[in-house]
Design a protein around this ligand. Structure first.
Ligand code: FDA
Length: 391
């Protein structure tokens, strides 16, 4: 079978690319359904973009790489598409846009855009072989037990990263890229909960509070959640993408920076109140009860017993809690893969490989990783559209 473009992977980027490709396009995926990560994303409502998307929200060895594609297919373009399909949406927080009804609406929208562009979709299809003869790609596909040979001018690598292997994530894009001479940077799990030695936060599991979290020079003001295995919540997921193994993370339990003034004012008003009672007005009571054991702070006595120096020391400690995670939950639960196909070998305008014209790389397979909050889908849409328009 002779086609123009073979897209490997019917995820967010692959479907968006197919919707923009001219000529005869075939999209294949080994899964039973396209866009499975879209379907489960955002608690089933898909955080499909972020109002404030900017290149600063992405991590890559080359922070400039994402600029061109993001600038030519913006969050406003995707919002217009969603609205043209009658999908109602709302902003949850921090510019994060979600479907009112269901993430399945976004999958259906992309399927219909692909169909409108005339692209074919083969599911439960495996790539058995892929070669290039200097002019075209030759692929052998296994579909329903049969082998089909396809010749295509272009091949688009859109099989994503390694996160959640149970959902069908594989390293196929990396393997093909290496085979055709592209470099692949080290990969690791991103947007992933931290693990700590067993029992460290067992008493606190389920406690959540707003914090300012920092690692590797980045900081985020969001919620943190104690779990049986460690620390999670948006603040922890965000900094996990900046964390290096063995390094400490910092947690500021007083992100508003008002605790010292408040404790001083309370001391002047009602010095006979217990220090822990006052702290529990600012922090979850279960956390206050565990703070001495967790931080080594002595939290005894009444407010009146605490001099300014003691209160300052207490607030400083709470504002700069240093913790060294044992590790992360890894690809099993990570939302994304950091690192990937080296952007140095790829055109930032068209996503075409410099080493082999006709080979394109889009989405999470590339070394471009967004923050939590709709940025990763926006990258999938933008890079998919960039390649599709170029093809
Ligand atoms: P994607 O993973 O979407 O698609 C790759 C496709 O390739 C899949 O369909 C897969 O089956 C197929 N494939 C893989 N290997 C193959 C092989 N060997 N042969 C054939 N097919 C193969 N982002 C965001 O912006 N907002 C959000 O709300 C969320 N929420 C979220 C929740 C969860 C649980 C996860 C795991 C991730 C998110 N994300 C997210 C991240 C987002 O899902 C992710 O960045 C994009 O889906 C990446 O799009 P791609 O198209 O690059 O890969």
């Amino acid at each position: 079978m002779q086609i123009d473009t073979l897209i490997l992977g019917a995820g967010a980027a692959g479907m968006m690319c197919a919707a923009h490709c001219a000529g005869r396009t075939l999209v294949i995926d080994h899964a039973r359904a396209p866009g499975e990560k879209i379907r489960i994303s955002g608690g089933g409502r898909c955080n499909f973009t972020n109002l404030y998307t900017a290149p600063e929200n992405f991590i890559s060895a080359n922070p400039h790489f994402c600029k061109s594609a993001l600038g030519r297919y913006t969050q406003w373009d995707f919002i217009a598409l969603v609205e043209a399909h009658g999908i109602a949406w709302h902003e949850k927080t921090l510019g994060q846009l979600f479907c009112d009804h269901s993430a399945k609406d976004v999958v259906a929208m992309l399927r219909s855009e692909m169909a409108r562009a005339g692209a074919d979709l083969w599911l439960q299809t495996r790539l058995a072989e892929l070669g290039h003869d200097g002019g075209a790609f030759h692929a052998v596909l296994e579909v329903e037990g049969a082998r089909r040979t396809v010749t295509a001018r272009n091949v688009v690598l859109a099989t994503g990263g390694k996160s959640i292997p149970k959902m069908g994530a594989t390293g196929l894009a990396y393997d093909i890229a290496r085979r055709f001479g592209l470099a692949v940077t080290d990969t690791r799990a991103g947007l992933v909960p931290f693990t700590f030695p067993e029992g460290r936060f067992a008493d606190l599991a389920g406690v959540a509070l707003p914090v300012r979290a920092g690692a590797g020079g980045a900081r985020f003001d969001e919620a943190m959640l104690f779990t049986h295995r460690g620390l999670s919540g948006p603040a922890m997921l965000q900094i996990s993408s900046y964390w290096q193994e063995g390094a400490p993370i910092s947690v500021n339990l007083d992100p508003a920076g008002t605790l010292l003034d408040s404790l001083r004012a309370q001391r002047a008003q009602s010095g006979r109140h217990k220090l822990t009672t006052e702290l529990a007005r600012h922090l979850p009571a279960r956390l206050v009860a565990a703070l001495s054991a967790q931080t080594g702070l002595a939290l005894t006595g009444n407010l009146a017993d605490q001099g300014d120096a003691a209160l300052t020391r207490l607030c400083d400690t709470l504002a700069n809690w240093q913790l060294t995670p044992g590790g992360t939950e890894g690809y099993r639960t990570a939302e994304v893969t950091l690192g990937g196909i080296d952007t140095d070998g790829v055109s930032s305008r068209t996503m075409e490989a410099r080493a082999l014209p006709g080979l394109y790389v889009i989405g999470e397979a590339l070394d471009v990783t967004g923050w939590l909050g709709g940025y990763n889908f926006q990258w999938a849409w933008a890079s998919g559209a960039a390649a599709g328009r170029a093809i």
